[in-house]
Design a binder for this molecule. Structure first.
Ligand code: SAM
Length: 386
């Protein structure tokens, strides 16, 4: 016999979740609170989810069938990210422990709501969402704006299929598109707000073309070192977009075509040797990592602490730092790009500004160039790999 669970428990858990999100500061607008209290997250999670284990690449699958209905609801309404797809395989088709990298998830509600608040979405807005995922964030927007105002694009056909079923079951009818969201969706343009729930290395130009003048693009920016910043750009009347990064620390999985290529560069550990002008451990903190990544956007980073290895996928250039026995660090650089010279320059500019959070930086996007600036648009700047 199916376990019916405790009547009213889901609604109670939704209220508790909303209270918690208000307390943590994620949730401010009463209209988003009403959405959180109304949208049933269980509809979007399906019958199995996965959670991280202490081994980064192993995921424990948790199935509804293995617990009571009440236990499942308690899990659903935790403010946690639940992974729903790993290496392209839906978690509903798996059991036990699964190896791989998450490729889709239901982001923790606190972060979803913080993004919606940060994007300043409100009644009357027409929104394009990139990364439908389970459809939970899409449903929150449909609740507040009405389904006709919401368009959402999902890259993965299996994920898109599940979201489409779930949204229909929940009674929402947004425009759902299966395809590469980096191309946007011009049939419903122009949009007032574009919001991405996957991170990008640079802002795809179609997004600029499909958002109206004065509209906004809210997207997590990341790169191949996984340094992150949260962009909130306003479209100027001249075809450009610009804005300072937000103070929220958000991290989202990388948009599929923007992920790093396979690490095909052999690590040689050779090259010209000199003393480093900066402590390589600065890249252990989120802001320092973001700054280092700005300087060498096609490099990947291995190691940490004083022992950093940078490998540039485009040129095979590399840099290796080592602590010296009596203090300081030595760097060896090899190849056409002096990776550590570039990192040092960016880190020294950051340190001269007081080692601020990423929100001290901003991003300007034009048809020709995308650049991150420190302080003001005419301050020190670094080009994104657009
Ligand atoms: C963190 S999940 C989205 C969470 C979702 N909004 C929710 O509330 O459940 C990110 C999603 O972005 C999708 N994605 C990745 N790259 C994409 C792209 N280029 N275009 C559209 N969707 C993409 C992934 O397949 C994944 O489902």
């Amino acid at each position: 016999m199916t376990d019916p669970g405790t009547p009213g428990l889901a609604a109670r858990l939704r209220r508790t979740l909303a209270d918690r999100l208000v307390r943590t500061g994620a949730l401010r607008a009463p209209a988003w609170r009403a959405a959180v209290e109304s949208v049933e997250r269980e509809t979007f999670l399906g019958s199995a989810v996965a959670r991280a284990t202490e081994h980064g690449d192993r995921w424990e699958v948790i199935r509804l069938a293995e617990m009571t209905a009440d236990e499942w609801l308690e899990l659903v309404y935790r403010d946690e990210t639940w992974v729903t797809q790993i290496d392209g395989e839906m978690v509903t088709d798996a059991c036990g422990v699964v190896y791989g990298a998450p490729t889709s998830s239901s982001t923790l509600p606190g972060l979803v709501v913080r993004m919606l608040e940060a994007a300043r979405i409100s009644e009357g807005d027409k929104v394009l969402e990139i990364g439908t995922g389970t459809g939970y964030s899409t449903a929150l927007m449909c609740h507040r704006l009405g389904s006709a105002a919401v368009t959402s694009v999902e890259y993965d056909p299996a994920v898109a299929g599940h979201a489409c079923d779930a949204l229909a079951r929940a009674g929402y009818t947004p425009t759902l598109v299966t395809g590469d969201g980096l191309a946007g969706y011009d049939k419903n343009a122009e949009y007032d707000r574009l919001i991405a729930t996957c991170s990008v290395r640079y802002i795809p130009l179609p997004w600029l073309w499909q958002v109206r003048d004065g509209g906004t693009i809210t997207a997590p920016l990341s790169g191949w070192m996984y340094g992150a910043a949260f962009a909130h750009l306003t479209l100027g009347g001249d075809g450009t977009a610009s804005g300072r990064f937000l103070e929220d620390d958000v991290y989202f999985m990388t948009a599929r075509p923007h992920g790093p290529p396979p690490m095909a560069v052999p690590y040689l550990g050779i090259g010209d040797r000199r003393s480093s002008r900066v402590d390589p451990r600065v890249m252990d903190c989120p802001a320092g990592l973001f700054v280092g990544q700005l300087a060498v956007p096609s490099a990947m980073k291995l190691g940490g602490g004083g022992e950093v290895v940078l490998l540039d996928v485009a040129t095979g250039s590399q840099a290796t730092t080592r602590p010296d026995p009596y203090g300081g660090w030595t760097v060896r650089q090899h190849g056409p790009l002096r990776l550590w010279d570039a990192v040092e320059e960016a880190v020294l500019a950051w340190q001269a500004a007081g080692s601020p959070h990423q929100s001290a930086y901003g991003l300007t996007v034009t048809e020709e160039r995308q650049y991150v600036w420190l302080g003001e648009p005419d301050g020190p700047s670094w080009n994104l790999p657009a």
